[in-house]
Design a protein around this ligand. Structure first.
Ligand SMILES: Cc1cc2nc3c(=O)[nH]c(=O)nc-3n(C[C@H](O)[C@H](O)[C@H](O)COP(=O)(O)OP(=O)(O)OC[C@H]3O[C@@H](n4cnc5c(N)ncnc54)[C@H](O)[C@@H]3O)c2cc1C
Length: 521
């Protein structure tokens, strides 16, 4: 064995790093192995188009992180190590055909005025739903912030017993509702319905998938209450801060170190072997910030057949497609210049379009008209581009991981490496309908296909940016494998964290935090 630590973490995603920081602060000697040449996984900022244009290549919205327990406990250290925030007070909007739009902002009057342009009744329903959300939010956050299941979860629910007793029927129903069911029950206009339901598509919830309403509701009202938090200068400042905190407590990140085997002796994980033949000994824990199928490939040792089978068949959702643009100016939105102030503009446009795009992607069909999330980070944080210039973050939801056919009948190839530029052209053509002249503002572009996502980070199988479907049968108690939602595995001292574990994807450091606490508590 070449190096000896208390814990070896496989993968420097932000969850692996968060767990490593907690262990290192508790006095453990920690080594984090990262296969690529940089830490951060799906959180990375880079000058991907032109010099001085800083793009969040993957995640950009840090709302879950700043609402989470890791941030609450470590924020002073994070800021000391260079973490910073730029918060959008106009977090998101939706545009519709013609000049119609609706926007959510932290200014309640402004937001309701925007909704009222569609329907006074919807503005009232929005206020009512927001009030109800305010009542149940502590319960929902209590559930999302506790190990699943756990005494802490029971305690959180007990602490909220008055709300739980009064609201349990509505809460249980919310957990089952699809985004469409929620918004069609609440709102009469397709615009206000889509404004909220679009958030389901940030996960793998098309309007019709049961269980997706809760995420649409949470994302909407958290943004309405607090805006949208972006990393100052780029989300990568979070990773720099985590790596700095780890180093301060004696831990290290070894890049260019791909774990290929978890070493097991006497039924206990004892270390990790890397592709280049190095061995890293772990006296107390091996932590995999990797997906279940990948972990199974690293494990020669006996694990119950049922566990192995479930891990190998862990389900991934449809893919994501990213376009990063360096632009001369922000889009000229047909619906009005006020849209330039919003952190995200959803080009969906309606529930039916989302349902169709989702079904197409699941069937391997390149959607002719997918949903586009247009991120305008420089509207909030101008430091990411040279003066007067901007970057745009375009996330396309959803596309197939493997192409079977093209819904528009124009792209012949089935190979993402060949299809990605023509598909990016299609997305930009679609955007042109809502933001005329956008093509003429582009200085450079960088396109990331689902295949690129998986090559950059093997956790993103088929370009699933969530690292595994969040449909109810694979979430809550069932993530990653029923019976193993508390980060343990059947091998002693081998643990998992990351998007494939509870509470799932997103930059929240939830699983890294909960595992770190479990091991040091
Ligand atoms: C395009 C995109 C946009 C997103 N947008 C948002 C957003 O705006 N807001 C949000 O909250 N979330 C967003 N997400 C989701 C979020 O970024 C992820 O859920 C989260 O970052 C996953 O973190 P993680 O800790 O599980 O690890 P990951 O980020 O998956 O990182 C795991 C790391 O482990 C490494 N690794 C894997 N296998 C091995 C191995 N065998 N040996 C060594 N290293 C290994 C990988 O290289 C990687 O660096 C987005 C994701 C993507 C891809």
């Amino acid at each position: 064995m070449s190096r000896r630590s208390d814990a070896v973490v496989i993968g420097a995603g932000h969850n692996g790093l968060a767990a490593a920081v907690i262990l290192a602060k508790a006095g453990w000697k920690v080594t984090v192995l990262e296969r690529s040449d940089h830490p951060g996984g799906a959180v990375r900022t880079a000058e991907a188009t032109l010099p001085d244009f800083r793009h969040d290549l993957y995640a950009t919205n840090l709302n879950i992180f700043v609402g989470g327990a890791f941030f609450a406990e470590h924020k002073d250290d994070l800021f000391r190590h260079g973490f910073g925030l730029a918060v959008a007070q106009r977090p998101f909007a939706s545009v519709f055909p013609g000049e119609s739009w609706a926007g959510v902002s932290t200014d309640q009057d402004e937001m309701l005025a925007s909704i009222r342009t569609h329907s006074a009744a919807d503005a009232e329903a929005w206020t009512r739903l927001g009030r109800w959300f305010g009542q149940v939010a502590p319960t929902l956050f209590g559930v999302l912030g506790a190990p699943m299941p756990s005494r802490a979860l029971a305690k959180a629910l007990w602490g909220q017993r008055r709300v739980v007793r009064a609201q349990w029927r509505d809460l249980a129903r919310l957990a089952l509702l699809s985004p469409r069911e929620l918004v069609e029950e609440q709102f009469e206009t397709p615009e206000v319905q889509t404004l909220m339901a679009s958030w389901g598509m940030h996960l793998d919830f098309s309007p019709d998938v049961p269980g997706g309403a809760i995420f649409a509701l949470l994302e909407t009202f958290v943004a309405a209450g607090h805006g949208m938090a972006l990393g100052a200068g780029g989300a990568g400042c979070l990773i720099d801060a985590l790596v700095g905190m780890l180093a301060e407590h004696g831990g290290e990140v070894v890049t260019g170190a791909e774990a290929v085997q978890v070493l097991v002796s006497g039924g206990q994980a004892s270390g990790v072997r890397t592709a280049d033949g190095r061995s890293f000994e772990a006296a107390r824990a091996v932590i995999a910030n990797a997906g279940p199928p990948a972990l199974m490939r690293m494990l020669d040792s006996d694990v119950p057949e049922r566990y192995r089978r479930r891990s190998e068949r862990f389900r991934y959702g449809p893919g994501t497609f990213m376009i990063h643009l360096a632009v001369d100016d922000l889009p000229t939105w047909r619906a009005g210049s006020q849209l330039r102030d919003y952190a995200y503009v959803h080009v969906a446009p309606y529930l039916g379009d989302l349902s169709v795009a989702y079904a197409q992607a699941c069937a391997g069909i390149l959607p002719p008209r997918p949903m586009i999330v247009v991120g305008q980070p420089t509207a909030v944080d101008p430091s990411r581009a040279p003066e007067g210039k901007h970057v745009l973050w375009l996330q396309v939801r959803v596309v197939p991981g493997m192409i079977a056919s093209d819904g528009a009948g124009r792209i012949e190839t089935r190979d993402w490496d060949e299809a990605k530029e023509p598909y990016a052209d299609r997305v930009l053509e679609l955007l042109e309908e809502y933001a005329p002249g956008i093509g003429g503002k582009i200085l450079a572009r960088h396109v990331i296909s689902p295949a690129d996502l998986q090559r950059a980070n093997p956790n993103l199988v088929g370009g699933d940016h969530l690292g595994g479907s969040h449909h109810p049968a694979q979430h809550f108690l069932f993530r990653p494998v029923p019976g193993w939602s508390r980060y343990r595995t059947p091998v002693d001292s081998l643990y998992m964290c990351g998007a494939a574990t509870w509470p799932g994807a997103g930059v929240g450091a939830g699983s890294g935090y909960l595992l770190g606490k479990q091991l040091t508590g």
